[in-house]
Design a protein around this ligand. Structure first.
Ligand code: ADP
Length: 299
């Protein structure tokens, strides 16, 4: 039902008492190696939340790449759209976390930078039979544009999670049925500060004038502002005690998109996305925190 065109990384999470100074060597607590990347995280969220999901992406022909493919299999994500490359290593994120839970992250795109429009062409049969395409911005913009184009040509709805934050040309926005952005991304796209629901509503309206059909701005614990079909709504988030907000946005996108793929209405889809993200923020890690559909309690 859903095709994700996007990134896969191996996250190398280093825990240490504090961040080292330049030139300093420090003894840390532990290293955990775990699958990540916005594309893969959203594919996992989609699959766990009930959507039949296929991924189009690129990993290196190395230990990390093979481990990531095995991870997709474990989640039941179809991977005939995946490509192994021997010219670049698998993407990695070096994530350093100190005892105060502050993190510093360096991402090396690696093979994600090799995901090309030709990969989308090879996955065309997947797009032709899909209801929904989900993309992010951790792979080349040309590839995202091509995927949006092919999907629309096949009558498939398009969702762009415009993360990480960057400005986008209007011709890309015009190919987007659902734009999902957090505060930082909304600000980067609209050119105005976004920290509370009123500003989110203004930014969303501006982005609709730039060409996207519907815009959702996620505001962390403040919930979601949605601008669809000339109506604006604020949906507060469920009240929970957050302990690790990693992958909150990816879980929201997965839950929302899984509901859309079942042809649920917007309100239901936003409620399910937020219910899933509210669970994810009470658990540690990225993919490890994403819930399964039977864990959602929907009123
Ligand atoms: P990102 O992770 O991309 O920065 P947000 O922080 O906006 O995204 O979070 C995405 C969604 O996750 C929010 O719209 C909300 O539904 C949920 N969420 C995030 N933080 C919390 C929180 N502290 N309490 C409840 N829900 C949260």
């Amino acid at each position: 039902d859903v095709v994700v065109v996007g990134s896969l990384n191996m996250d190398l999470v280093v825990r240490a008492p504090r961040h080292p100074q330049p030139g300093e060597t420090l003894t840390g607590h532990a290293l955990v190696t775990t699958p990540g990347g916005k594309g893969a995280n959203q594919a996992v969220a989609l699959a766990r939340l009930g959507a039949s999901t296929a991924m189009i992406g690129c990993v290196g022909d190395d230990a990390h790449g093979h481990a990531l493919l095995a991870g997709l299999d474990q989640e039941g994500i179809l991977r005939q759209g995946m490509r192994l490359t021997s010219t670049r290593p698998t993407g990695v994120a070096m994530i350093q976390v100190d005892d105060a839970s502050q993190n510093c992250i360096v991402v090396i795109p690696g093979s994600n930078a090799e995901l090309l429009p030709a990969d989308v062409e090879r996955g065309d049969a997947l797009l032709r039979s899909a209801k929904l395409l989900v993309c992010q911005l951790e792979v080349p913009l040309e590839t995202v544009r091509h995927a949006l184009d092919r999907a629309r040509r096949h009558g498939c709805t398009t969702l762009l999670n415009a993360a990480p934050a960057m400005a986008l040309p209007n011709d890309v926005l015009a190919r987007v049925d659902w734009l999902v952005v957090n505060e930082t991304e909304a600000a980067a796209l609209s050119g105005q500060a976004v920290t509370h629901p009123d500003e989110a509503a203004q930014a969303a309206q501006r982005l609709r004038r730039q060409g996207c059909r519907r815009v959702l701005v996620t505001l962390g614990a403040q919930g979601v502002v949605a601008a669809c079909d000339d109506s604006l709504h604020h949906y507060p988030a469920p009240a929970v005690t957050a302990m690790d907000t990693t992958a909150a946005g990816d879980t929201f996108v997965g839950g929302f998109a899984a509901a859309l793929a079942r042809e649920a209405g917007v309100e239901t889809a936003i409620r399910e996305g937020q219910a899933a993200a509210a669970i994810a923020v009470t658990r540690a890690g990225a993919q490890s925190s994403i819930p399964h559909r039977d864990e959602l309690v929907t009123p």
